[in-house]
Design a protein. Sequence first.
Lengths: 372, 323
Amino acid sequence: MSKTVELPRWIDVGALPLLNLLLALVVSGLVVLAIGENPVEVVEILLYGAFGYEEAWGYTLYYTTNFIFTGLAFAVAFHCGLFNIGAEGQAYVGGLGVTLAALYLDFLPFPIMLVVAMFAAMIFGAAWAYIPAYLQARRGSHVVITTIMFNFIASSLMVYLLVNVLRPEGSMTPESEQIAEHLRLPFIHDIAGALGIEMASSPLNLSFVYAIVISVMVWLFIWHTRWGYAIRTVGANAVAATYAGLEPGRFIIIAMMISGALSSFMALNEVMGVQHRLLIDFTAGYGFVGIAVALMGRNHPFGIFLAALLFGMLYQGGAELSFEIPTISNDMVVVIQGLVILFTGAMEHMFRPRVTKIYTAWRLRQDAGEAA
Amino acid sequence: MDTFQLIILLLDATLRTSTPLILAALAGMFSERSGTINLALEGMMLGGAFSAAAVAFYVGSPWVGLLAAIATTIALSLLHGFACITHKGNQVVSGMAINILMSGLTALVGIALFAQGGKTPALDKGSRFQPITFPGADAVKDVPVVGPIYSELLSGHNILVYVAFIAAPAAWWVMYRTRFGLRLRAVGENPGAVDTAGIGVVAMRYRAVICSGVLVGMSGAYLSTAQGASFLQDMTAGKGYIALAAMVFGKWRPFPALAACLLFGFLDAAATRLQGVVLPGIGEVPVQLVQALPYILTVILLAGFIGRAIPPKALGRAYVKER
């Protein structure tokens, strides 16, 4: 076997993912060309739509908030070697928790409600993740299949509840009652306004700040706590973990429940922050975007933030795009999302052998140069 | 309407709703028995449905549409194989990527080609698969019991329905009675042994995903050119995942999978008829519960409460020849 040099960190976590991302974007550009539009123009509109004016920033960061939560959710389970495809269902059920708390405990003052709603979301989301987690840990049923099934079960359950239970009397639309005004998360533009700063109104609300705080907490948890270490150990090698005295099943359940709780925080942004009521399918596929975000961000909270920002930009810019170019709908963003998952996730190893070869050759030549 | 006729109608609808499930579940089985997880059934079905409807519209023949669907799904299978078999990428991630990609791409191309909001134009009679009436179906229609069974239930479906029901025993024969099937099952259980015997694991797995592509392509074409008359955005509506559930429920075997598809198809057909019906003693059955039943049953099975579903041993693992 020929001699190879181990890749340095900047190539491993920086250059290689960027190369894959670039390929995904190039292929997306080809798709745009294929349907007869100009990719350069599309990029211009996307960027303008995402950052070109003040309001756009707010929308971009509002989407980013959702993606941070679902990305972190996927990442925590992934560190334990699990694929949690169920963020969509967990967030949906988490939304039920938030809504129930806000509707039935509406006498609480806002600061207390904030904490209560957070816990309600966490408990509901974690509980929904608990069943697949338990089945994986104790009965060996594969978590990928069960979480997919649980997305559909959650969807049916919520439709039932919205149509038969939560729908206010006399209303035809299957959605819950509005939550009381004083219990809604304040918009950032309102906070800024109170501080005397003029800001364009957008759906960006307090939960964005919360997402940043949670990101730091997840980072601390995964890399600086015993449980985090145990989760990573189980994920890296469950057999070795058993020899080290860790019980894999226990940490599988813990990781999945944290993952479910993180997904459910998305409901804080959507239900408590923006929609102010429980809607059918309010999760709108954000749970699946979390997979792309986590894979692109290499399951690190900082990487996830950057990837979430990229997808926030794509979502907001994509809305602008469908407005400007009628042949390009929001589906373009879905295509880009699929390609990003394909190239940065499924085909992440495609360039590695070649890059390793080139890097090795370069290093060997350098070493030879130094020796001479 | 008497009970007998009601049952005939319900079973008739079951055959129609379970056909795409059977084809897709068998597709999943070929791929998974060879060791490659196939979560991409949903996306491939969607791709097949779109190609079939679009090509059938331009050419005016459902057969050419079917070929286009199969070509599309084989291409997608090869993409899945390229990521998972050649580059040893993660099979779950690749499947999800294809699902998301196709959900966007079919709508995008649909709008670019036809400008009807993601739909394809409605197909006329000649570009769709038409019902086949069995000989003498009209003559025996009024014979009690046997008449309705022959003329309503068995006769009067399009060719793809019959193909699906022949596909199950055919898949069984290929899987358990041919050398190809033996090797296919072997690479899914113990690829190392197959490799030692001098058979290429990679080539075997590629052949398996191609088989998978052919079957799921038919299932897609069925949705848009046989059952329906055009492609609609996200028209699969989770059928790929139900097929996946049926395959798991059938323990990765052709006949149990066929039975699971019939059961899930029956639940689907029953759900539409149960809407708002009050059953004596039970009260009104929530339609959502009936719709969720396939998923709930699959989870219960996976949990080991109804027998044990044991997946192929090497499922999800790329084969590494030597270190």
